[in-house]
Design a protein around this ligand. Structure first.
Ligand code: GSH
Length: 222
């Protein structure tokens, strides 16, 4: 069986968890905090990053999108990369958008200020950084609202890795208390639909030790 080396608030690990569940691939989970740089994690991935997927059939597989493409190529159920070159290009474009831009501008600063400073550095968050991250997050919700103005799902007519990636990042922002859908009704409906998928519902009960989410976090009606 595959083992996913992850921690509960790693958005890239959430992305892999959702996609493996969508594909009905069984996996076990092993807690790994990148900042601890454990020998086990470093031996699997010299970059010391999560997620890593190790398993008896080769691997380890490193990088959430590499893992996603591996399973999209090897498991037929629920294709997630789009069909045809143009559709695939759009899925990849938006997946990169959320994994790079949304993560760098909003989710990673929230993780630093609300999780890492609290649990590891034992410092208070920087209110200015939280405000800037909140503004960036609002811009990403605005972009989701715009995309959904003309599409059912983010990359087009089908649920895809782009939806999974965006939902993974937003769910971490939500856990950290940084998400408000006020003014973004289509984005809210989209997120609510995603939240009700079994693949996403399965990860919502998870908790990061020492850090609780807001009450609405795992509710379908939020
Ligand atoms: N491109 C990677 C990014 C993985 C990543 O940045 N993971 C974070 C945790 S959520 C990490 O390990 N950060 C520690 C570091 O970069 O040293 C992916 O898609 O899997």
């Amino acid at each position: 069986m595959w083992t996913l080396h992850q921690f509960p608030l790693c958005p890239f690990s959430r992305k892999v968890r959702i996609l493996l569940a969508e594909k009905d691939v069984e996996f076990a989970m092993q807690l790994a905090y990148p900042w601890e740089k454990s020998d086990e994690l470093m031996d699997l991935n010299r970059a010391g990053q999560t997620p890593v997927l190790s398993g008896e059939r080769g691997g380890p597989l490193v990088d959430s999108t590499v893992i996603a493409e591996y399973f999209d190529e090897t498991v037929q159920k629920s294709p997630l990369m789009g069909s045809g070159a143009s559709a695939r290009a759009e899925v990849r474009r938006l997946t990169i958008w959320f994994d790079q831009k949304c993560y760098a501008e909003a989710v990673n600063p929230l993780l630093l200020e609300r999780m890492y400073k609290r649990l590891v550095l034992r410092q208070p968050p920087d209110a200015r950084m939280l405000r800037v991250a909140g503004q960036a997050l609002a811009q990403h919700l605005d972009y989701i609202e715009y995309l959904l103005g003309e599409r059912r799902w983010l990359a087009g007519g089908s649920f895809s890795l782009a939806d999974i990636s965006a939902a993974a990042h937003l769910s971490v922002a939500d856990y950290l208390g940084g998400l408000s859908f006020d003014g973004y009704p289509d984005a809210k409906t989209w997120y609510s639909t995603i939240k009700s998928r079994p693949s996403v519902r399965r990860l919502l009960p998870d908790r990061m030790e020492g850090l609780s989410p807001p009450q609405h976090y795992d509710k379908l009606d939020f």
